[in-house]
Design a protein around this ligand. Structure first.
Ligand code: NAP
Length: 243
């Protein structure tokens, strides 16, 4: 359907080497988008649609601007997916300030910096879509993941703040809140003989999500189909939040 076509569009996706980011990048390419991938390691093999890669460690958000400048100068970007994220697990009373800052730098500060840089170009060009990958922990407290929960609550807030500022310039800013998805991020939980069945049996769909379960929402929020949707956090969770 034309409404969901990304033909002629260019999407910048962060953290696409693995998991949800990789599935979303491949999904956007299937809908017709060309890809610019930003993150660590070799990203060129993710899809034939990759036209450029940007090597950045998002633990240092100040490194984004110089690395991205040549890409912004030579490409129009229609879609930004702030997917890269990290997690630290442990009781809040034992979390060091550097560990706290590492999670906030990757999950929040980098998403802000990228939104500012790419969003600035979108404002100038009169259109754009930003999709932030939030979490159920944008709504709930979680267990032993204080920095991650704080970062994902803040990311949902940033989504709404930017949506309000940029709606009149035809730049839509939304988020996807994935439920429990089988990726590296949740490997510890999947392997935990106590937590795994607790999580799975609480999910109304009766199974963990797969990265591919996020693709439909990502294409929707990246395409013309969502032109009047902004400031929304779309939960894709097999029913978890409705229970
Ligand atoms: N899995 C879930 O249940 C779940 C639920 C809710 C939200 N999420 C969110 O979904 C997003 C993707 O996570 P995932 O589940 O797909 O896990 P994942 O496979 O671990 O993917 C995380 C991605 O982020 C990148 N990344 C992490 N730290 C980085 C850094 N310092 N600089 C650059 N890139 C960095 C990783 O790159 P490397 O390959 O170089 O490490 C990787 O590509 C995250 O924002 C996560 O919080 C996941």
């Amino acid at each position: 359907m034309d409404l969901f076509s990304l033909s002629g569009k260019t999407a910048l996706v962060t953290g696409a080497r693995t998991g949800i980011g990789r599935a979303i990048a491949v999904g956007l390419a299937s809908a017709g988008a060309k890809l610019i991938l930003l993150g660590r390691g070799d990203l060129s093999d993710v899809s034939d649609a990759v036209i450029s890669t940007v090597s950045v460690d998002l633990e240092d958000p100040s490194s984004i601007e110089p690395a991205l400048a040549p890409v912004l100068a030579s490409h129009r970007i229609d879609v930004l997916v702030n997917n890269a994220g990290t997690i630290g697990r442990g009781p809040a009373a034992e979390v060091s300030l550097p560990d706290w800052r590492r999670v906030l730098s990757v999950n929040l500060d980098s998403a802000f910096e990228l939104s500012k840089l790419v969003g600035g170009q979108m404002l100038a060009q009169g259109s754009g879509k930003i999709v932030n990958i939030a979490s159920l922990l944008s709504f709930q407290g979680g267990i032993n993941v204080a920095a991650y929960t704080a970062s994902k609550h803040a990311l949902a807030g940033l989504t709404k703040a930017l949506a309000n500022e940029w709606a009149s310039s035809n730049v839509q800013v939304n988020a996807i809140a994935p439920g429990y998805i089988a990726t590296n991020n949740t490997a510890v939980l999947q392997a935990d003989p106590v937590r795994e069945p607790q999580i799975r049996t609480r999910i109304p769909a009766g199974r963990w999500g797969t990265p591919e379960d996020l693709v439909g929402a990502a294409v929707f929020l990246s395409s013309r189909a969502s032109d009047y949707v902004t400031g929304h956090v779309l939960v894709v969770d097999g029913g978890w939040m409705g229970r």
